[in-house]
Design a protein around this ligand. Structure first.
Ligand code: HEC
Length: 287
């Protein structure tokens, strides 16, 4: 142990000597280089942004021209409820981690726990890995860890990139199956409600008969007419403004209009309360 320490001290002294004779100090040389390069890059980005903004023909109706491309396809609509958010590609691996860890049991582990442990490991690395060996073949543990990390992130990125979103069209084709299974096929109002349910983004949070994704603690709604039993009007009021019922996670759906809300309400009240065998539905018609 003592010899290793001495060896390391000697190595450090030699290193300092080399730096003195052949190296340049970090300050000001390296810092000056970095500053100049960073400044150039920032100036380039600003210049490109200015050129893009002022050469795009905004307001002339010719949105598709400009030296560096058009300004935007359509202006962003902050009120949209059926937009399915997706991260940029370099976050796909985190995005997929979120799908593996389900709300609410393990989501803290996935979003805070694992990244924190990884960060602490990185911080601790200089203190753990004090060997002087730098040849990759002589560092089996570090190499295995690095390769495994790269493979894991690659696989997660791929999975995230190809993960299917609960697309409205995909859910819409399920409506006849739901109607048959739940027994509301004879109730056109409920069927219409199911179609709205499949299309307006409810299934980004709620699951229904195994379809959709479970997010933010939203319950499965396959039997909600039985378990919650708010009635057609009750469900319509709830969906219109869930915050009135202490649900501040679910967005308001007032904009759907009273007619669509009544259809949704009929669909929800019919879920779990109809008899698939006889195709009868106590909530048929609705108020
Ligand atoms: C952003 C996520 C989200 C979206 C989108 C969403 N919900 Fe919810 N919803 C929730 C959450 C979370 C709860 C549970 C709230 C609670 O238990 O307090 C909930 C609860 C409900 C309930 C249960 C009410 C009860 O009686 O217990 C119904 C019904 C419901 N949502 C219907 C809908 C419908 C219909 C849509 C689409 C028009 C929709 N939700 C869209 C998150 C969402």
């Amino acid at each position: 142990m003592n010899r290793r320490l001495e060896e390391r001290r000697a190595y450090h002294a030699r290193y300092k000597q080399t730096v003195k004779t052949r190296g340049k100090p970090f300050f000001p040389y390296a810092m000056f280089h970095d500053t100049v390069m960073s400044l150039l890059v920032v100036c380039l980005i600003v210049a490109l942004a200015v050129i893009w903004k002022y050469t795009a023909n905004e307001g002339t109706g010719e949105h598709d021209s400009g030296w560096l491309g058009k300004l935007y396809d359509e202006k962003a609509d902050p009120g949209t409820t059926n937009f399915v958010p997706r991260p940029d590609w370099y976050f796909y691996f985190l995005f997929y981690l979120l799908r593996i860890f389900k709300w609410p049991d393990s989501v803290i582990l996935g979003t805070v726990g694992i990244p924190t442990v990884a960060l602490l490991l990185l911080l601790a690395l200089p203190f753990i890995d004090i060997g002087r060996e730098r040849r990759p073949m002589r560092r089996p543990v570090a190499m295995t860890a690095a390769v495994l990390t790269i493979i894991t992130m690659g696989v997660l990125t791929y999975k995230g990139a190809t993960a299917k979103e609960p697309l409205a069209a995909e859910n819409l084709v399920l409506v006849p199956k739901w109607a048959a299974k739940q027994g509301f096929a004879g109730n056109q109002t409920a069927v219409d409600g199911a179609k709205i349910f499949a299309q307006v983004g409810c299934m980004n949070c709620h699951t229904y008969l195994g379809a959709g994704t479970s997010n933010l603690g939203a319950p499965d709604l396959s039997k909600i007419g039985k378990t919650s039993n708010r009635g057609v009007a009750g469900f319509a009021t709830y969906v219109s403004d869930p915050s009135k019922f202490g649900n501040n996670v679910m967005p308001q759906f007032k904009d759907l209009g009273a007619d669509n809300l009544r259809k949704l309400g009929t669909f929800l009240q019919s879920s779990g309360t109809c008899s698939p065998k006889t195709d009868t539905c106590p909530a048929a018609g609705g108020q």
